[in-house]
Design a binder for this molecule. Structure first.
Ligand SMILES: Nc1nc2c(ncn2[C@@H]2O[C@H](COP(=O)(O)OP(=O)(O)OP(=O)(O)O)[C@@H](O)[C@H]2O)c(=O)[nH]1
Length: 436
């Protein structure tokens, strides 16, 4: 053998030795002529008595078809099989995964066969998981009738849904496909930012859960619990770009049974709107959202003017009716996603998410004028009354909802001081007062 040929042969052997796949060269009867370390490692556990001298004998119990394939291959040379999978072990549930090898056999000439072996256990496991997930998903998608299941793309647009969506929300395919998931909620009860917040919340915490009014296709409502969570692929990795699952459940019945309890804890006994406790709870959450993903958040402090005089003139019971009227006007003047609450005797608050100072002043002015223009009739008595309002808005100087309320109270005080029946706004950074 020439030196050149010798060195080429050495390189080839080196390659076979180092190759990241198992390589075995054998004679046509299976006698192994060359085997690289990886092959030995893969085949030793199944070799009877650790004998790796014959390829077909090593595999005769596990994959006798390999020998059959070789003996029935009549061409002079060529590929006998490509990545034929052989399962070596069944695996132990929870401990070991099944061992699966893939064999490719190549006939080099009449008496030489090359086998390429790779360990595809992990690949087989992933494929199985994928099939499993798909079967699981399909089962839920078609079998579950209590929950509406929807998958969303990264922008919150509907990709897929189960049949329950038609049952629960009476939606047809055309009405939901590629539509934003906001179609399931009353228009006034949420906005773009809030819907995006929920996706971001799901990214951060793994889920975003909320209870709210939900909308059926025919416009009717039900009280629903919705959970959004990021979808994962078979390797438990989040999709990139992200995808989400949205599960909506009709909990009207549950709400009805706990409604008295909810009302007692979170609603004001006289007016029925949120009480101080509910206000601080919701406002706190909204404030945190605002700090995480900056956007406007405004607050109105509303107080009936000379209310003592109303009580003194018409009686306490009539005073109560005035407070009820005031709460009804407040609710009429804001969106459903805003929160109005009675936080003290004749003091009310309105929390206005995604509303800047100018927007908040407009709403405050709408409330003020609606009340000033109302002529209330209680037990035959005609009553006119007014309110004073203070407006504040979150900016980087505002550290919490208490501070926001304090600034709105200062603005309210300025309205009272300025003659009542007016709106005053205070910019948090400058404590600059704008009189309306
Ligand atoms: N009818 C009724 N009155 C209430 C209720 N809670 C508080 N009040 C009355 O509201 C009045 C508030 O009076 P003040 O704080 O002096 O204020 P005001 O008379 O409204 O005067 P300004 O706020 O300065 O315009 C008091 O007379 C309270 O008794 C309630 O639930 N029902």
């Amino acid at each position: 053998m020439s030196d050149d040929l010798k060195s080429e042969y050495e390189s080839l052997l080196q390659f076979l030795y180092m190759a990241p796949v198992g390589l075995v060269q054998m004679k046509s009867d299976g006698e192994i002529v060359m085997i690289n370390p990886l092959s030995a490692q893969l085949l030793l556990p199944i070799a009877p008595d650790g004998d790796l001298s014959n390829f077909f004998i090593t595999l005769e119990n596990i994959a006798p078809e390999l020998q059959n394939l070789c003996s029935s291959f009549t061409k002079k040379r060529g590929q006998i099989c490509d990545a034929l999978r052989v399962q070596l072990t069944a695996g132990i549930p929870g401990k070991e995964d099944p061992k699966v090898l893939a064999f490719s056999l190549l006939k080099l000439d009449a008496d030489r066969i090359m086998a390429v072996i790779s360990d595809v256990s992990l690949l087989a496991k992933r494929e199985k998981q994928l099939q499993h997930n798909e079967a699981w998903f399909n089962a839920i998608f078609s079998g579950v009738t209590e929950y509406a299941l929807v998958s969303l793309d990264s922008d919150g647009n509907i990709e897929n849904w189960n049949v329950s969506l038609e049952r629960l929300g009476k939606y047809t395919a055309n009405e939901v496909e590629h539509k934003p998931y906001s179609i399931f909620f009353p228009k006034d009860s949420t906005d773009e930012e809030r819907l995006k917040d929920r996706l971001a919340e799901a990214d951060e915490n793994g889920w975003s859960l909320f209870e709210s009014w939900c909308l059926r296709s025919d416009g009717s409502r039900f009280w629903g619990s919705s959970i959004i969570s990021p979808l994962e692929n078979a390797l438990h990795e989040h999709f990139n770009p992200p995808r989400y699952s949205l599960i909506i459940r009709d909990i009207t019945e549950k709400r009805n049974s706990t409604e008295d309890l909810i009302k007692a804890s979170f609603n004001d006994h006289l007016t029925g709107i949120s009480n101080r406790r509910a206000f601080f709870e919701v406002a706190g959450i909204e404030f945190e959202r605002c700090k995480k993903r900056p956007r406007p958040l405004s607050l109105l402090a509303i107080d009936a003017d000379h209310f003592k005089k109303v009580n003194d003139t018409f009686g306490h019971a009539t005073g109560d009716e005035v407070l009820k009227h005031l709460s009804a006007v407040l609710q009429d003047c804001v969106r459903e996603m805003d929160l109005v609450a009675r936080i003290g005797g004749e003091e009310f608050s309105a929390l206005l998410p995604s509303t800047d100072m100018q927007g908040a002043i407009k709403i405050a002015e709408r409330i003020r004028s609606s009340i000033a223009e109302s002529l209330l009739e209680v037990n035959g008595q005609k009553i006119r009354y007014t309110v004073s309002i203070g407006v504040s808005t979150v900016n980087e100087n505002v550290t919490g909802i208490d501070m926001l309320l304090k600034i709105a109270d200062e603005a309210l005080y300025a309205s009272k001081h300025g003659g009542r029946n007016r709106v005053t706004a205070i910019h948090p950074q400058a404590v600059k007062i704008i009189d309306q």
